[in-house]
Design a protein around this ligand. Structure first.
Ligand code: NAD
Length: 351
């Protein structure tokens, strides 16, 4: 059957607006004839004892088997006795690098027109190791763990990414003047890897100075690689440079070549499942339809690049950018009044 030519990928529509924006991706992919067969997985309704989380064991196995997937936002139910969904995925799949391409969207005006950089964040250790305790009353301690293994791994990925994406420079972001041992080791690992890539320029930037430079002139940077906490902050700062989290794609790289793409925004409960005025009059799509699917679509584009489906990736990215630039069909978060469906249709029209 022709399905043997298809690449299987796991799809987590997720919660809130997740299913609405996932639907948009499915429609655009099928209109663009992308050779992908989605294996859909939903968050469970009860805790799976094998994962101690609402993410089921079968879902994890699906990503491990397919090695590639796309994830909508997941809202972790409040309550004790289970792990956060995102944390479960990150730990179980060993998603060690978070990659966020960040570029200005033509036609969508922000303070900067020419941002084009990529942040690569170490995603498993540093200040986020979860090792905090009270020493004595009034004194608490949090352990920042930096290992040679995890630092080399993320540095390797950053240089590999730079090379395979035609990028010229990698900047390691740090505070090694103060955190001499931890950030010092991180930098040492970056330098070791840099030596293997003489064609790529390597530099080191202190985090505070990096923030100032990014805000003054983001074109100073190309690929940035950094430990967990700095990456968390800098990647959101960069998203702000181009118009916010609703537009920013991301790709998580895991052990064994796993790649899980995801939008960086949450499930947007304030607009999920809401009907726009237009829909009430036509009574056609009686739910949802306010969410902007751009971040998930561009995350899916990152996934296609990872799979070397460059033509399809470029085709979809161009169509999304054209639709936003044209300005006729924009969702509410971008100041427009188009529904998710109308925006999606316009993208398909530009393919
Ligand atoms: P959020 O990102 O869901 O929403 C923040 C604001 O941005 C809201 O006003 C929302 O309407 C808007 N927004 C976000 N995405 C949008 C889109 N695609 N189109 C239009 N508007 C959009 O953040 P929150 O409210 O802090 O979190 C809500 C839930 O999402 C929480 O349960 C949280 O745990 C979860 N969350 C999940 C992830 C993830 O799965 N990666 C990330 C962040 C938050």
């Amino acid at each position: 059957s022709c399905s043997s030519n298809l690449i299987r990928a796991t799809l987590f529509p997720g919660d809130g607006i997740g299913p609405e924006i996932a639907e948009s991706v499915k429609k655009v992919f099928s209109a663009a004839d992308v050779p992908i067969e989605w294996e859909e997985h939903f968050v469970g309704t009860e805790v799976d004892p094998r994962t101690q989380s609402f993410v089921t064991w079968e879902s994890l196995e699906s990503v491990r088997r397919n090695k590639v997937g796309l994830k909508g936002p997941m809202a972790t139910p409040i309550g004790k006795g289970h792990r956060s969904l995102n944390l479960t995925l990150r730990k179980e799949l060993n998603l060690y690098a978070n990659v966020r391409p960040c570029y200005s969207l033509p036609g969508y005006k922000t303070r900067y027109d020419d941002v084009n950089l990529v942040t690569i964040r170490e995603n498993t250790e540093g200040e986020y190791s979860g090792l905090e305790h009270q020493v004595v009353r009034g004194v608490v301690e949090s352990l920042k763990i930096i290992t040679r293994q995890a630092s080399l791994r993320v540095a390797e990925y950053a240089f590999y990414y730079a090379k395979t994406h035609g990028r010229k420079r990698v900047s390691a972001v740090h505070k090694a003047n103060i955190m001499q041992k931890t950030d010092g080791l991180f930098l040492k690992c970056c330098r070791e890897v840099a030596e293997k890539y003489p064609e790529i320029k390597y530099e080191e930037v202190v985090i505070d100075n990096c923030c100032m430079m990014l805000v003054k002139n983001p074109t100073l940077f190309d690929v940035l690689v950094m430990p967990n906490l700095y990456g968390d902050i800098i990647s959101d700062l960069c998203a702000g440079l181009i118009g916010g989290l609703g537009l920013t794609p991301s790709l998580n790289i895991g052990e064994g070549g796993i790649a899980l793409a995801e939008a960086v925004h949450g499930s947007a409960p304030d607009i999920a499942g809401k009907v726009s005025i237009k829909d009430i009059s036509s009574l056609k799509h009686l739910k949802c339809n306010l969410a902007n699917p751009t971040a998930l679509l561009l995350s899916a584009v990152s996934m296609l690049h990872h799979l070397d489906l460059t033509d399809k990736a470029d085709m979809i990215q161009d169509a999304v950018l054209k639709t936003i630039a044209e300005g006729k069909y924009r969702t509410g978060d971008l100041g427009g009044s188009a529904t998710t469906t109308e925006f999606t249709k316009a993208i398909i029209g530009h393919l």
